[in-house]
Design a protein around this ligand. Sequence first.
Ligand SMILES: Nc1ncnc2c1ncn2[C@@H]1O[C@H](COP(=O)(O)OP(=O)(O)OP(=O)(O)O)[C@@H](O)[C@H]1O
Length: 686
Amino acid sequence: MKIKEVMSPNPVTLSEEDTLQQAADTLGKYKIDSLPVVNKRGKPVGIFSKHTFLKVIAEGKNINTKVEEIMEKEYSSVNQEDNTSIVFDRREDKFLVVDDENNLVGILTKTDLLKVYYERLKYITTNLNAMLESANNAIIAIDLEYKITYFNKSAEKIVGKSKGEVLGKDIREILPQTRLPAVVQSGEGEIGKTLKINDYTVIVNRNPIKVGDKIIGAVSVFQDITDYENVIMELDKQRNITDILNTVMELAYDGILVVDKKGYITMISDAYCKFLGVIKDEVIGKHVTEVIENTRMHIVAETGVPEVADLQKIKGNYMIATRIPIIKDGESVGAVGKVIFRNVKELDTLYKKVSKMEKQLEHYKGQLKMLNTSKYSFNSIIGKSNALEEVKMFAKKASLTDSNVLIIGESGTGKELFAHAIHNASSRSDFPFVKVNCAAIPNELLESELFGYEEGSFTGAKKGGKIGKFELADGGTIFLDEIGDMPLQMQAKLLRVLQEREVERIGAIGAKKIDTRIIAATNQNLELMVKEGKFRGDLYYRLNVLTLNIPPLRERPEDIEDLVVHMMDKLSNKLGKYVNKISHEAMEYLKKYHWPGNVRELENVLERAINLIERDTTIQVIHLPEKITGQTPLRKIKSLTEIIEEAERQGIIDALRICNNNRSEAARLLKISRSSLYEKMGKYNL
Ligand SMILES: Nc1ncnc2c1ncn2[C@@H]1O[C@H](COP(=O)(O)OP(=O)(O)OP(=O)(O)O)[C@@H](O)[C@H]1O
């Protein structure tokens, strides 16, 4: 600080020409003890004090005496440009301040100076305090007795105690782990130690507080690095993830590539580099189009639209490339690409396998559909007899309703044919037609066949359970053939389905609504069965809403001719043999026969006849069975080997039958060894 900054400028002065009277007046006026005396040029020449005045007056000096005669000529002066510190090295209290030309410019007293210093100190202390208080770092100071003398706001936060609680207390009580007392003792600072205080991690710097060489205490400054530590941990985690990602990239069997939004390569797997024949460090940062031919990675990164399993030609080979955009906050920020460039052959084999399986699946789906669709329409029902026409008419009407239908007729009359035709003409024709032969399914399996079961509902139940025929026919028609053979217990369950219109799989928790039309058929007299208690009356009445009685063939011989023509055509196709005529005589025999097996029997007779015909295209009487003509029929000529084998087969069957399937016994009867019997049984599928 310069003297001119703290001096009192423009001081009141006395001139050396002034009288004692004038000097006394000035001293009195300004109530000042002493005044500087200047010459005519304004340069200081001495000091005139009240004390000197009183002394000379007491000695009897004239009041008009000039000041210059009695002033003190010795005075202290300082230059206004000097530093104030020079004043403290001098004994005097008051100084005349001069400029470089020795003109008097001010007065400086030590009291003035102290006042200024005090003010300055106050200002600095206040500022310092404010600074220390607002510092992010915690600051704690102690004195020689380890008592806390300073404790700022951040210290309050980290230590968890208020200033009021800790000031004046021994620091060891507040922070037992502190090393500040050791610093006071040794006078040596400790820098950069990490400490855990409460939930904070801090770096501590400890320093002794010295005045000159004397230690008067110690201060420690804690820098809170909890956030940094968390950030570092986070960074560590990120680094770990990056390391893992890099390792995965290196291990990846296929080519993996990452580009930024503009299509510049940011990552690439070693395997891909090797395949492309490039060096990783050289391609990272390059635009993908410069490194990989036919690439679309930059487009995917730009548009954000993924491309899966695209074919890409690289180095003359087709690769399978998948490109996925990296989306962040809803925007594409780059793309990851994967190229399968090895084992494309393997993939090809796999592809062929899958497509073969797909074809098979399609085939079986078709088969399943065919199995569950109706094959015949009313046009397939041949015959113009009144009896048949009447039933057909009734059946057509029935097809327009959703009511249950019961078809009654002898075996082979065409009951199933009618069921198909009704379904086909109904509004359900686009849905399945499912046939269940109640006589052909063992009783214990019938329930699961009709209603299905849930997985695990019984030992041996298939994984995933099984759908029942009713569910399979949902929307369509279920044809319950041979309904008369349904066990009573099942009849009760069927009745419930008819009433509730819902089915419950075995082992299921709830029932499922179904919309299935029921057509049942039988060649038995259900009415009689009801009377005998073999068929439930309530079920019979439910099924018997619409009844179709198919007349036996013997009651409509006029249909035989049409049926024969139709069947010759059908069978010729089936057997691959062209037979399109029948002799008049043969036809007459057919018309006269009583056909206990109905149309099915007629079909069988014709099939047998066509099989017997060698060269001709006409069925003759000799081609018909004895039961129809009463004549010994023609037998098909077979090779001798065939005849011997047939005889051998029949012989084995007879022997096994006689011996109740006891193989050793049968072998003995046949006079062959047991092993030879087994061999022949294998040969003839016995
Ligand atoms: N009117 C007909 N026109 C053409 N083919 C017929 C006719 N009636 C029956 N058939 C044929 O006769 C055979 C037996 O018919 P279907 O199976 O429908 O008889 P069914 O009464 O259901 O016999 P079952 O009672 O033994 O089950 C089938 O091949 C069928 O195509």
